[in-house]
Design a protein around this ligand. Structure first.
Ligand code: IPE
Ligand code: IPE
Ligand code: MG
Length: 247
């Protein structure tokens, strides 16, 4: 029985979010510069996306670059931006063919122009695809996203378009960049680090967290399926007690 066959088809998470970590350590293990790790990290993206599409995941969010990552050495940042453009340009036909819809969240204004253009073109080109939505978190910070939402809500309240008394969880949800995207059921982080690093803080309130030692460039479909199986073996109680869930 293959790993994939062990996945219960009726309980596949609708949205999986991944903190792709460990490219630098992978490169070091191979006696190479960090950028070599990022180049090989593209394989992980392909594998995770294919695996997710095969089992019927509807949304796959990949944390590709945080706002904090802008503070890395300039050479690494510019290599990452170049890699991003090259990858989008190279993979766009394959994405379109696989019926992948591309989206992006984050402060895209900070991206180099060339990068933004390639990204926007790919988003436009794939907007009507509906097999799976690939959400790239780029120049992303969850706290910034929440602060931006609060500012927008305050503006609307000031303009009399929102009654402050009606503001609730759904109001905040609808002002985040992830509006129209369901919360992830499963968050995967590779490379053995056990932290969230400013990723989807609001959206992961009740997500199952899965940590694996695998470094991102080594991440393949099998580790992805293993994470989904681990998720399916958890009991999601949402505050209730076990007996209420199994009844
Ligand atoms: C993740 O790998 C990729 C990005 C953050 C862009 P890292 O580059 O963080 O790899 P490590 O953590 O140094 O091994
Ligand atoms: C988190 O990885 C960001 C991405 C995966 C894009 P980092 O490697 O930057 O995280 P920290 O700083 O070690 O927490
Ligand atoms: Mg890291």
């Amino acid at each position: 029985m293959s790993l994939k066959d062990k996945i219960a088809k009726d309980r596949v998470p609708g949205h999986v979010a991944v903190i792709m970590d460990g490219n630098g350590r992978w490169a070091k293990n191979h006696g190479q510069e960090r950028v070599y790790g990022h180049m090989n990290g593209v394989n992980g993206v392909r594998e995770a996306l294919t695996g997710a599409a095969e089992i019927g995941v509807e949304y796959l969010t990949l944390y590709a670059f945080s706002t904090e990552n802008w503070d890395r050495p300039m050479e690494e940042v510019s290599a990452l931006m170049d890699l991003l453009v090259q990858t989008i340009v190279r993979e766009i036909d394959a994405l379109a063919e696989k019926e992948v819809r591309l989206k992006a969240i984050g402060d895209l204004d900070l991206l180099p122009q060339q990068c933004r253009k390639a990204l926007e073109a790919a988003i436009k080109r794939t907007e009507n695809n509906d097999r799976i939505t690939l959400v790239l978190a780029l120049s992303y910070s969850s706290r910034r996203e929440i602060a931006k939402a609060v500012k927008a809500i305050a503006r609307q309240a000031k303009a009399g378009k929102i009654d402050p008394e009606t503001i609730d969880q759904n109001t905040i949800r609808d002002f985040l960049e992830t509006r129209n995207i369901p919360d992830p059921e499963l968050v995967i982080r590779t490379s053995g680090e056990k932290r969230i690093s400013n990723f989807l803080l609001w959206q992961i309130a009740y997500s199952e967290l899965y940590f694996t030692q695998t470094l991102w460039p080594d991440f393949k479909k099998e580790p992805f399926f293993e994470a989904v199986i681990a998720y399916q073996n958890r009991e999601r109680r949402f505050g209730k007690i076990s007996e209420q869930i199994t009844a």
